[in-house]
Design a protein. Sequence first.
Length: 236
Amino acid sequence: MDSAVADKYDGIVVSMANPDGLEDSIKKAVAAGIPVVTINSGVDRFKEFGAITHIGQTETIAGEAVGERLKAEGAKNAICVIQEAGNIGLEERCAAVKKTFGGQISNLQVDGTDDAAVQATITSKLQTDKDIDTVLTLGGQYAIDAVGSVEEAGSAAKVATFDLSEDVIKNIQDGKILFAVDQQPYVQGFLGITTLYLKDINGNDVGGGQPVNSGPAFITKDNADAVLKFAANGTR
C-alpha cells in the first residue's frame, strides 16, 4: 500500500482483516488524496481511517443468522473453528453466532495453512467430546476438512460453514454440509473497483458514507443446484 501511495495510484481497495496493522498505510493514502475502499473485513473502522465506504458482510448480522439457523436445526453443542489467529472478522463471526445459538458453543483454533492439521485437530476434538453435534467452520475449505473429520471420528456431528466453493456446494447437495453462508466476495471486489471508478469519472459516493452489504446469503440444498455453475466459474 505504501508503494501504491508513492506511485500515486488513483485508488486503493483493501481488506482490513487486521485494522491496526493497516491503519498507518490507509491514513497515509487518504492524506495523499487517494480514495480508499475497504472490503470484506473492517466494517467497524473504515470511517475512522478515512475510507469512503466499506463493502462486505456485517459479521454480526451474518453470525446471528447462523446461530438462529443452527438452533432451528436442533443443534445443542457446537464448535466454531477459527483458522487464522488475530483475524477480527472470524472472531466476530463466532461471537455473533453465540448470541443467538442458545446452546453451548466454543471456539477451536486451527492452523489454516495446513489442511491435514486442520482435519486432525477437529478429529481429535470430536473424539474427545462425543457430545459435539455441530462443527461450524469459517471458510469453505475448512468445511471439507470438517467433513473428513466427522467421518474419521465416527461422529454424528453436522457441518455448516461460512463461505463456499464448488466442493462445498457438492457436499451440500450430498447432505454432508447443512448450509453455507455466502458473503459474495466476487461482489465485494467488483463493487470495490466500481466504486473507485465512479468516484473518478463522475464524483459518485457509493453508499453515501455507509457500508454496502454484500451478504449474508444462505446456500442450502434448496438452491445449491442453481449456484453450482457460478461456483464452478469461481465467481461464487
